[in-house]
Design a protein around this ligand. Structure first.
Ligand code: R5P
Length: 291
């Protein structure tokens, strides 16, 4: 009698029936349901297995930070080059064209700003993410910080709701104030997110990043962090990708670049086409000089 394990392993019991063993192309996602996989496949390019998320949600804690004063002028022209847009509902509804047809990674936690105490956040209602047709719901988790328990609780609640409606969740690791920004810390923070139901983890690149990736059962995307010279930012992307990141969720190093459109295309070259930092930088220069 055939059992399911035989069938999954492609045993046709000598019947000559072709049994195709299929696995989904993203790490740890085989057992997700159809809706979850459908949304993930809008975010992660199937050929490269990676994504370039353009992050411009900074205003929810920073206000109109440099490069984000005019989303319509500074960000909308970049949308075509991104695989996914990471933003808040306020900017999505008011400025992002509804026909841009890009998957949205919606920031669904909020609470405090840089003016008070960061990372004291609560969740939006799930209906809001559904109305916005979010492909991913992102919530901050502060591992090792004062708000660890409440933000992990936010994530677990979000993962429950995400599972109910098949919307992937992204745990965004905020670095606890006294934490070392090393592989040991990021491996712990990323793993905690995955163990609590994150479908994707967003964290930071660090020396020994392979350890972070290897210990995390779901795809990891990296934030860019503070603005770097373009070549250094491309090196950061390259190193992260070559050490197993499934993409970037990058903001300031794109929208604060001297040429944001050239920069996002160079980043995409490094992420999807394995360009070296030098090749990516040459692409940046070429596009920039085309005016
Ligand atoms: C910060 O408020 C957000 O989580 C950003 O989406 C994230 O930090 C990525 O942006 P950046 O590349 O500028 O660090």
């Amino acid at each position: 009698m055939a059992d399911m394990d035989d069938i999954r392993e492609g045993n046709d019991f000598g019947l000559g029936i072709e049994v195709e063993k299929k696995s989904f192309y993203l790490k740890g996602m085989d057992n997700m349901d159809w809706g979850m996989k459908d949304r993930l496949s809008r975010v992660f390019n199937k050929k490269s297995g990676r994504t370039v998320m353009l992050a411009f949600d900074h205003g929810y804690i920073m206000g109109p930070t440099s490069g984000l004063e005019r989303i319509d002028l500074n960000i909308n022209p970049l949308i075509e080059y991104a695989d996914c847009l990471m933003c808040t509902r306020g900017i999505l509804r008011t400025v992002v064209p509804a026909d841009s047809n890009k998957p949205i990674s919606l920031r669904v936690s909020a609470g405090s700003t840089i003016l008070t105490e960061l990372n004291n956040e609560v969740l939006y209602d799930i209906e809001e993410a559904i109305r916005c047709n979010a492909s991913v719901m992102a919530a901050m988790v502060e591992i090792g910080g004062k708000h660890e328990a409440s933000t992990v609780k936010n994530l677990t609640r979000l993962a429950d709701l995400g599972a109910k409606y098949s919307i992937p969740t992204m745990g965004v690791t905020a670095v606890g104030k006294d934490m070392a920004r090393d592989a040991r810390y990021f491996a712990l923070a990323s793993r905690v997110c995955a163990e609590n139901g994150s479908t994707i983890v967003k964290t930071y690149f660090t020396e020994g990043f392979e350890k972070v990736v290897n210990a995390c059962p779901v795809p990891i995307v990296i934030a860019g962090g503070k603005k770097l010279p373009e070549l250094e930012a491309l090196e950061l992307c390259y190193n992260a990708i070559q050490q197993g990141a499934a993409g970037v969720d990058m903001g300031r190093n794109v929208f604060q670049s001297e040429n944001p459109a050239a920069m996002i295309q160079a980043v995409a070259g490094v992420v999807h086409d394995n360009l070296t930092p030098k090749e990516g930088f040459d692409l940046f220069e070429t596009i920039k000089n085309q005016g």
